[in-house]
Ligand binder design. Structure first.
Ligand SMILES: Cc1cc2nc3c(=O)[nH]c(=O)nc-3n(C[C@H](O)[C@H](O)[C@H](O)COP(=O)(O)O)c2cc1C
Length: 370
C-alpha cells in the first residue's frame, strides 16, 4: 500500500483556530463526540447476495471507530431501493442480525454508527435488484447513465412513476428500515437525500414532472424529503434521525434549476423544525446555497466539499460554517485516520481498484502506523 499523502505542519491545523476546534467535543443527537471528525458514507459492495453485511464488515467499521461518528455505506430500505450490486439492506431479519454484528463491534471499539438509508430510485438497474422489477421514481424519466451491473455498465431503463399512494408507501419503507436499524443496534439513521437517488430525484426539475402534491413548487418537490425525515423521527426519535443533501450535484442526471438556494433554504428550514440529530451537506461549490442552509438550520452541520484535499479539510470548521468534518476516501484508506492526523501523516493512498466489491484486500488490510 502506498503512503504518498503527507501534510505540512499547517495542514494538521496546529496552532490555528480549526486546529483547536477539531479536538473539541461535540454533541450530535444524544451522542457525545470527542472530536469533530466523522466517517463519510461509502458504498463498498461487499454484502452477501441477500443483502446481509459481509463477513468482514464488522472488522472494517470497528477498525475505523476512532473517527467517532461513522456513517455507514448506503443501505437499501426495501428491495425496490437497491440500485447497485452487493449493497447491504436493512429490512429483513437477516439484515438486522448482520448489522447487529457491525454495531456491536463498533460500540466495543468506542465508536458510533448511523446507518445510511439509500433508496436509489431511478438511478440503478433492475439487474441489480433481487426481484428484477422496473425501478420506481417520481416520474417515468430515465436518467442518463450508465450504471454498474454484474453484466458491466448499462443504461438505466425508464422507471415507473410512483402513484401518490405509493409515494406514501415508500415513506413507510423508510420508517420500517429505520426501526430495523435501531433493532440492529445502530445509533441512528441518515437519509440519503443526495447523489441523484430517490429523495434527490424528487428535488430535481428534470426528474420530477409530477402534478400532485409531490411535484411542481419548491414546497411540493421538497415534500417527500421532509415526509421521510418526519416519519423516521416519529418512529425512532429526532435525535437518531439525520439527512444528507447535495445541492447542485448533477450525479444521477439531476437538474435542480435556478432556484436551488430557495429550494435548499426551504428544505433546511423544514428539517430544522423536526430537530434532527444533524444535517449533512455534500457541497458542489455553491457557497450561496450552503450559506442559506447554515442560516435555516440550527443544529449540527456536517460538510463535505467535493474535490477537497487534506489541506482543505478543516477550512469550514475554521470559518464556522461546519461543526463536524466527515472524511471519505482518506478514512477508507486509513483506519487510524485520527491518529495519523494528530501525527501530521503520512496517509495511505486509497486504491480505486478495490473500492467497490472484492474481498478483504483494500477493505480491512490498509496498514495502521506502527
Ligand atoms: C467508494 C465510495 C463510495 C461512496 N458511497 C457513498 C454512499 O454510499 N453514500 C453517500 O452519500 N456518499 C457516498 N460517497 C461519497 C462520500 O461520502 C464523500 O462525500 C466523497 O467521497 C467526498 O469526500 P472525500 O473527498 O473525503 O472522499 C462515496 C464515495 C466513495 C469514494
Amino acid at each position: 500500500m502506498t503512503t504518498d499523502i503527507t501534510l505540512d505542519d499547517t495542514g494538521t491545523g496546529s496552532g490555528s483556530a480549526a486546529g483547536e476546534r477539531v479536538w473539541s467535543p461535540a454533541q450530535v443527537g444524544d451522542l457525545h463526540l470527542r472530536h469533530r471528525f466523522a466517517m463519510a458514507p461509502m458504498t463498498r459492495s461487499r454484502a452477501l447476495p441477500d443483502g446481509t453485511p459481509g463477513p468482514s464488515a464488522a472488522a472494517y467499521y470497528a477498525q475505523r471507530a476512532g473517527l467517532g461518528l461513522l456513517i455507514s455505506e448506503g443501505t437499501q430500505p426495501s428491495e425496490d431501493g437497491q440500485g447497485y450490486p452487493s449493497t447491504p439492506g436493512i429490512h429483513t431479519d437477516a439484515h438486522v442480525a448482520g448489522w447487529r454484528r457491525v454495531t456491536d463491534a463498533v460500540h466495543e471499539a468506542g465508536g458510533h454508527l448511523f446507518i445510511q438509508l439509500m433508496h436509489t430510485g431511478r438511478f440503478g438497474h433492475p439487474d441489480n435488484t433481487p426481484h428484477g422489477r422496473q425501478l420506481v421514481a417520481p416520474s417515468a424519466i430515465a436518467p442518463a447513465g450508465p450504471i454498474f451491473t454484474a453484466k458491466g455498465l448499462q443504461q438505466p431503463p425508464e422507471p415507473r412513476a410512483l402513484t401518490t399512494d405509493e409515494v406514501r408507501g415508500v415513506v413507510d419503507e423508510f420508517r420500517h428500515a429505520a426501526r430495523r436499524a435501531i433493532e440492529a443496534g445502530a445509533d441512528g439513521v441518515e437519509v440519503h437525500g443526495a447523489g441523484g437517488y430517490l429523495v434527490h430525484s424528487f428535488l430535481g426539475i428534470n426528474s420530477n414532472h409530477r402534478t400532485d402534491s409531490y411535484g411542481g413548487s419548491i414546497a411540493n418537490r421538497a415534500r417527500f424529503a421532509v415526509e421521510v425525515a418526519a416519519a423516521i423521527a416519529d418512529e425512532i426519535g429526532p435525535a437518531r434521525t439525520a439527512v444528507r443533501l447535495s445541492p447542485y450535484n448533477t450525479f444521477g442526471d439531476i437538474d435542480e434549476g435556478t432556484d436551488g438556494a430557495e429550494l435548499y433554504g426551504h428544505l433546511a428550514a423544514r428539517l430544522d423544525e423536526l430537530g434532527l440529530a444533524y444535517l449533512h451537506v455534500y457541497d458542489f461549490g455553491r457557497d450561496d446555497v450552503l450559506a442559506r442552509i447554515r442560516d435555516a438550520w440550527q443544529g449540527p452541520l456536517l460538510v463535505v466539499r467535493d474535490g477537497r484535499g487534506p489541506e482543505d479539510l478543516l477550512r469550514d470548521l475554521e470559518t464556522g460554517l461546519a461543526d463536524i468534518v466527515p472524511v471519505g476516501k482518506l478514512a477508507l484508506a486509513n483506519p487510524d485516520f485520527v491518529t495519523r492526523w494528530r501525527a501530521g501523516g503520512p496517509f495511505n493512498a486509497p486504491d480505486p481498484e478495490t473500492m467497490f466489491g472484492g474481498d478483504d484486500h483494500g477493505y480491512t488490510d490498509y496498514p495502521t502506523l506502527p
